[in-house]
Ligand binder design. Structure first.
Ligand SMILES: NC(=O)c1ccc[n+]([C@@H]2O[C@H](COP(=O)([O-])OP(=O)(O)OC[C@H]3O[C@@H](n4cnc5c(N)ncnc54)[C@H](O)[C@@H]3O)[C@@H](O)[C@H]2O)c1
Length: 321
């Protein structure tokens, strides 16, 4: 039997999450054909570790014609131009979240996906977290009954955020909501459904952890689904005693994913709380395995351009609420 062909892969942005993508491609047996980064030192060290042709510009990497697929891992303001150029060149895109920093840019990418028909997957990696998959199976299987409440808190301490692009609204498109709650928005849509009501409050303040930012360091979004389920999405960069929890409560029971100890616990049918067995698996490695399967025509993206666009619109509504 002939082995399935491997794509030629480019990584654009080799910083924090770019390194995770590089190691996740490696875990799938693929070394990059090309890497681009605007920072020469970051670029040199990524190429030294993983190999591949070095490019100072992501657009030059795309124009080289040397790759079939790219991971876009730059800060958010650059996602749309890179995605559009790739899609127009017939290069499949795995785009890190958020899709874009404006609705206009998100729609521009969506129109390009539609026009070109080129593969596009949105990097909502939590959809590939095995515990979230197991939680979704419980919800879809009716084990929790009618879902009434969803609570997701992703919070911790992002040190020195005031010195990075994360706190620059032009580059990031917002603060902790755009950075972190965008995952929570997608999880609400994935697990519970589309929201029909969206409310939010944000806050930024000076503290021992740093100055007040130009964007929110803490935020809460409240949602209501068309089925009547209520969601509370909390995020903060400035609560060092962090928490990474997704909790779903329904008329038939409750289930909680805790990323701190990687557990899914459930209480159903009037019984006691108990651990639910979940298979091992790294969400980024699994996300990239699925992206490769899409390129081979064996799968379709679990998080689509439509999901990226929907989350961008909900985030925008939250900021305007
Ligand atoms: N899925 C997740 O859980 C997750 C986690 C962290 C970050 N992210 C997302 O990944 C993206 C990058 O975040 P990060 O934490 O890796 O940031 P980072 O600052 O650590 O890395 C970004 C890299 O991109 C490079 N860069 C900047 N502009 C560029 C351009 N125009 N062309 C090429 N390279 C450029 C920088 O030099 C840097 O090396 C963001 O969209 C962020 O929201 C996702």
């Amino acid at each position: 039997m002939t082995a399935a062909p491997n794509p030629r892969v480019g990584i654009i942005g080799a910083g924090g999450i770019g390194k995770t993508h590089l190691s996740s491609w490696a875990a799938n047996g693929i070394a990059p054909t090309a890497i681009a980064d605007a920072n020469p030192d970051t670029l040199a060290s990524a190429v030294a570790e993983h190999g591949g042709q070095a490019y100072a510009s992501g657009l030059d990497l795309i124009a080289s014609g040397a790759v079939d697929l790219i991971s876009i891992c730059t800060p958010p303001a650059f996602h749309a131009d890179l995605a559009v150029a790739s899609l127009d060149a017939g290069i499949g895109v795995l785009c890190e979240k958020p899709l874009a920093t404006t609705i206009g840019d998100a729609e521009r990418v969506a129109r390009t996906v539609e026009r070109t028909g080129t593969l596009f997957a949105m990097g909502f990696c939590h959809r590939y977290q095995p515990h979230i998959e197991a939680l979704k199976a419980m919800i879809d299987g009716g084990e929790l009954g009618v879902i009434r409440e969803f609570r997701n808190r992703f919070a911790g301490h992002l040190a020195s955020v005031e010195q990075t692009w994360f706190s620059n609204p032009e580059i990031a498109g917002g603060g902790v909501l755009a950075d972190t709650s965008i995952h929570s928005i997608d999880l609400f849509r994935y697990l519970v459904g589309d929201p029909v009501h969206i409310h939010a409050l944000t806050s930024s303040c000076e503290s021992g952890l740093g100055p007040s930012l130009d964007v929110e360091d803490t935020g809460t979004i409240i949602l209501k689904s068309s089925e009547g389920a209520l969601g509370v999405l909390e995020s903060s960069w400035r609560t060092p005693v962090g928490e990474w929890v997704v909790a779903v409560h329904g008329t038939g029971g409750s289930a909680i994913v805790d990323y701190a100890d990687l557990t899914l616990r459930a209480c159903t049918k009037g019984g006691d709380w108990a651990d639910v067995a979940v298979p091992d698996g790294d969400r980024f490695v699994r996300e990239i395995a699925a992206f490769i399967a899409c390129w081979r025509g064996e799968d379709t993206p679990r998080a689509t351009i439509g999901d990226g666009l929907a989350a961008t619109r909900i985030l925008d509504a939250a900021y305007r609420a």
